[in-house]
Design a protein around this ligand. Structure first.
Ligand code: AMP
Ligand code: TRP
Length: 349
């Protein structure tokens, strides 16, 4: 592998219904990061998926579908490393070591756990509680320096930084003895931002667009056809006012703000630019323009996803090749971590 200064890592769960928020907030950013002088790793996080029960056959299909979405969106599996988490054992190994570094108090503050566990917390899986520790292991098994994600992952990335910091401090002497002068783990930079870091539901501008929303009209799925996309945008909740000509006018208009943000993200301009063109327009004018734009950007991806999804052998070959290359980075890192911690390990031949 060529030695890059930056290492980019991100993951998406294979839990069904990939939507416009996943695409604009995450996957599209992954594609952009390929333009940097960096090794990029993009992981289908199947071990995270089973923190909530998944039907085994459906899970297998969803792992392939997320892989197909990565490729259809423009991730190049030669340049980047595309793989699924469960094929690389170092994720689970490092997660255990991090379980002994992270503190209960830190995990107790994680809002995603509270949201996902709901009222019946006693009945949530331990994996769901431990989810952010596995995520830190995903990132740090590669000593990744940059992680592109949507806004909802910000707290998990702060936890990742805390774990890296505490490991570096707890084992400072052992790390220094191995001549890592600035600590072994990097303090990873989150890459969050742009007009679509938090895409909201089309039915309620105060809730984020999500895979698990029971209403399919709340989201645009990457597999929706042109008619469905247009219909969902036409039915999207709005208020009766025309669009304002300045950003300040979007305040307290969450639905309008969301649709303007979507237009901005899809056409790669700022919200200000969108309002310069559409300020004063009614939604009856703006929505069809947004629908045309969304269809023109998403239809080619959906088509390519369908084509790739049917080629199971190709998708599985990409994942096998990717996990081999991923493990080639993670394995030597884990060897060093085991030495740092004080384990006795079997020497490699
Ligand atoms: P998940 O579906 O939870 O595995 O999320 C995969 C990626 O999509 C993560 O980087 C999330 O932050 C991002 N993401 C999920 N929902 C949204 C949303 N509504 N808006 C923006 N980004 C999102
Ligand atoms: N928790 C992320 C999400 O739900 C998915 C994820 C798992 C991830 N491991 C990661 C994202 C590592 C970035 C880096 O969206």
């Amino acid at each position: 592998m060529a030695a890059f200064k930056e290492l980019v890592f991100s993951g998406v769960q294979p839990t069904g219904n990939l939507h416009l928020g996943n695409y604009l907030g995450a996957i599209r950013r992954f594609v952009e990061m390929q333009g940097r002088e960096a090794q990029c790793l993009y992981c289908v996080v199947d071990m995270h998926a089973i923190t909530l029960w998944q039907d085994p056959e459906a899970l297998r299909g969803q792992i392939r579908e997320v892989t197909a979405a990565f490729l259809a969106a423009g991730i190049d599996p030669k340049r980047s490393i595309v793989f699924n988490q469960s094929q690389v054992p170092q994720h689970a190994e490092l997660a255990w070591i991090f379980n002994c570094v992270a503190r209960l108090g830190w995990l107790n503050r994680m809002t995603q756990f509270k949201d996902k566990a709901g009222k019946d917390r006693e009945n949530a899986s331990i994996g769901l509680y431990d989810y952010p520790v596995l995520m830190a292991a995903d990132i740090l098994a590669y000593r990744a320096t940059h992680v592109p994600v949507g806004e909802d992952q910000k707290q998990h990335l702060e936890l990742t930084r805390d774990i890296a910091q505490k490991f570096n401090t707890d084992f400072a002497q052992s790390i220094a003895a191995r001549e890592y002068d600035d600590g072994f783990f990097p303090i990873t930079e989150p890459i969050i931002g742009g007009p679509a870091a938090r895409v909201m539901s089309l039915r309620d501008g105060t809730k984020k667009m999500s895979k698990s929303d029971p209403s399919d009209n709340s989201r645009i799925n990457l597999t929706d056809d042109a008619d469905t996309i247009a219909q969902k945008i036409r039915r999207a909740k709005t208020d009766p006012e025309p669009l304002p000509s300045e950003i300040a006018g979007l305040k307290e208009r969450p639905e309008a703000d969301n649709l303007v943000g979507l237009y901005a993200a899809l056409s790669d301009v700022s919200r200000e630019d969108v309002l310069r063109d559409f300020g004063g327009a009614q939604f009856s004018t703006f929505k069809p323009a947004l629908a045309d734009l969304a269809v023109s950007k998403l239809a080619p991806i959906a088509g390519e996803m369908r084509r790739l999804s049917s080629d199971t052998a190709y998708i599985e070959a990409v994942l096998a090749d990717g996990s081999e290359r991923a493990e080639a980075i993670a394995r030597p890192n884990l060897d060093i971590v085991k030495d740092i911690v004080g384990f006795v390990r079997r020497p490699r031949g």
